[in-house]
Design a protein around this ligand. Structure first.
Ligand code: ATP
Length: 251
């Protein structure tokens, strides 16, 4: 089945198209086999969330946009799932908030780094970082901690969708402000984040962009008020409550 063959009125249309993008990502050497497992885990949580953006996730997306607009050196970290699911949306968000894009893989291979960088360029990225690998995240073994010295290593704010918990904690120890997009509110990465967005990356990235466009002319004081008013614990609690509440719903 291809993405175009899924009938638009299928009740799980968005989910099936998303799944197909990941399959294509694996075929193109962009997404790893472990990425398929991560996708399956994400789908289960998205199903329980009703495959929609919760009001709390929308609030988090607005706080993320404000953080990004206030940042000196924001970097959007891209792995194989993100590259397969939202390449064009990632490039657009990076352009709107003036962020760098860096490929950052849990299972780093030169081939996959290059394939993802090429894929992002095909979707409009001008500069893609990550290939230099001349910086490190302290506290992680070499392959897991390799980043660019003028990219993630130098960033003040990092967007890390679907990030592994160890790396999210290590970035936190480096003092980075972390915006994590992850469908599982119980996972370590969103629990480490300054701004956890519990939403599917396919909905969350364009939503952060929409908020960033809306806030483009806001003053620093207004942006800081949005950041200060955001409560990460409340966002995680609201997502968990939605999942627990929906688990035994009939509809
Ligand atoms: P941790 O080490 O933080 O506990 P984990 O072991 O759960 O993380 P992985 O196995 O890498 O992490 O799983 C990937 C994570 O990404 C899961 O929490 C999953 O819910 C989430 N995820 C998968 N697909 C998406 C998606 N499309 N949008 C947002 N989150 C997703």
């Amino acid at each position: 089945m291809t993405g175009t063959e899924v009938p638009r009125d299928h009740p799980r249309y968005a989910s099936l198209v998303t799944r197909h993008r990941i399959e294509t990502g694996v075929d193109k050497g962009i997404t790893s086999k472990q990425g398929l497992i991560a996708q399956g885990r994400g789908e289960a949580f998205d199903y329980l969330l009703g495959e929609r953006t919760l009001p709390s996730a929308d609030t988090a997306a607005r706080a993320a946009a404000a953080r990004l607009l206030l940042a000196d050196h924001p970097v959007f970290s891209v792995n194989g799932n993100v590259a397969a699911l939202v390449p064009g949306e990632t490039v657009t968000l990076a352009r709107v908030v003036d962020a760098d894009i860096e490929v950052n893989l849990f299972n780093r291979t030169e081939e996959r780094m290059v394939a993802i960088a090429d894929h992002l360029r095909e979707h409009g990225a001008e500069e893609v970082k990550g290939l230099a690998g001349d910086g490190e995240i302290p506290g992680l073994e070499h392959a897991r901690g390799t980043v660019d010295a003028d990219g993630i290593a130098a960033a003040d704010v990092v967007v890390v969708p679907l990030e592994d918990g160890d790396r999210a904690e290590a970035l936190d120890r480096m003092g980075k402000t972390e915006i994590v997009i992850d469908l599982n509110p119980g996972s370590r990465s969103p629990r480490t984040a300054d701004v956890p967005i519990v939403d599917n990356v396919v909905r969350a990235v364009p939503n952060v962009t929409a908020h960033a466009r809306d806030l483009a002319d806001a003053s620093s004081a207004d942006l800081e008020a949005i950041v200060d008013g955001f409560d990460p614990e409340a966002a995680l609690d609201a997502a968990e409550a939605a999942i627990r509440g929906s688990a035994f719903d009939d509809d």
